[in-house]
Structures are given as structure tokens and as C-alpha cells.
Design a protein around this ligand. Structure first.
Ligand SMILES: Cc1cc2nc3c(=O)[nH]c(=O)nc-3n(C[C@H](O)[C@H](O)[C@H](O)COP(=O)(O)O)c2cc1C
Length: 131
């Protein structure tokens, strides 16, 4: 099992921006065994070497798809920019929760807000948790 995913940022459904949480969808260069589906705190390293704290979702977006493809998505905290086509590195840190199917986008948004708060506090204590 690897906890580092390397790949190019590809275009998703672009729903993330409408939800208020845009994500970089990273197409793993594999073959690597991805961490289990779920939500994680982690770090996102850009091609220029800059590093951003990220809320990472690995899974099939069960809120929207019955049998979706498995994606690695990263929402970068405090970042607004275009990452498409960039080769990046996603370091998957502590697990926050499993993937859930929500009955509305509003419920998913409310949960992602809590996830981002959890990721912020993990990152703030990063020395303690090794993030
Ligand atoms: C922190 C975080 C947690 C997420 N958790 C879930 C989840 O529990 N269930 C789910 O269906 N999708 C989850 N997602 C994925 C969203 O459904 C997805 O990012 C959104 O639909 C946008 O997809 P797109 O990038 O293809 O447009 C999560 C995304 C993020 C960033």
C-alpha cells in the first residue's frame, strides 16, 4: 500500500466548484495499491515544489454514482487556481472517515466543511501526528 499518489491532474465533472469545494482529480501513474476508500488529511505537492494542505477523498462518489470510477481527489485548503495538466504528488496522511452516500449535495457540503475543519486541526498539530 502506498501513501503517495503521483499523477497528472485531470478534469472531473466540475461539480466540485459548484459545491464550493473544487478538487484536483489526480490520475495515478500506478500501478500502485491505493489506500482504502475514505477521506484523509494530507499534503499536495505541486510541480513547482510548493506544498499545500489538502482534504483528500478516495472513492467512487457514492452520492452521485451507483458504480462510479475510483478517484483520488484533493481539495487544497486556501488555494484558488488552475491545476489541470500538472503532474503532482499527493501524500495521504491520517484517515478522517469512510466514504458516505448523502441524500443531498447540501448534506455532503456540510460534511466536507467538517472534514476541512478536521484537516486543519490535524495540520496544525502536524508534528504530533506526522502529517
Ligand atoms: C473532503 C471531501 C470529502 C468527500 N466525501 C465524499 C463522500 O463521503 N461521498 C461522496 O459521494 N463524495 C465525496 N466527495 C467527493 C465529491 O462528491 C466530489 O468531489 C464532487 O462530486 C466533485 O466531483 P468532480 O471533481 O468530479 O466535479 C468528497 C470530496 C471531498 C473533497
Amino acid at each position: 500500500m502506498t501513501d503517495v499518489v503521483v499523477g497528472v491532474v485531470v478534469s472531473g465533472d466540475r461539480r466540485g466548484r459548484t459545491l464550493g469545494f473544487p478538487t484536483a482529480n489526480v490520475e495515478s501513474e500506478g500501478p500502485v495499491e491505493l489506500p482504502d476508500d475514505g477521506v484523509y488529511a494530507g499534503r499536495f505537492r505541486r510541480a513547482d515544489g510548493s506544498v499545500h494542505t489538502a482534504a483528500i477523498s478516495i472513492g467512487r462518489r457514492p452520492t452521485y454514482y451507483e458504480a462510479g470510477i475510483r478517484l483520488v481527489e484533493a481539495h487544497l485548503l486556501d488555494f484558488d487556481g488552475d491545476l489541470y495538466g500538472e503532474r503532482v504528488q499527493v501524500e495521504v496522511g491520517p484517515r478522517v472517515r469512510g466514504q458516505l452516500r448523502f441524500s443531498s449535495s447540501e448534506e455532503l457540503i456540510a460534511q466536507i466543511e467538517r472534514d476541512v475543519a478536521a484537516v486543519r486541526s490535524l495540520a496544525a498539530g502536524e508534528d504530533a501526528v506526522g502529517l
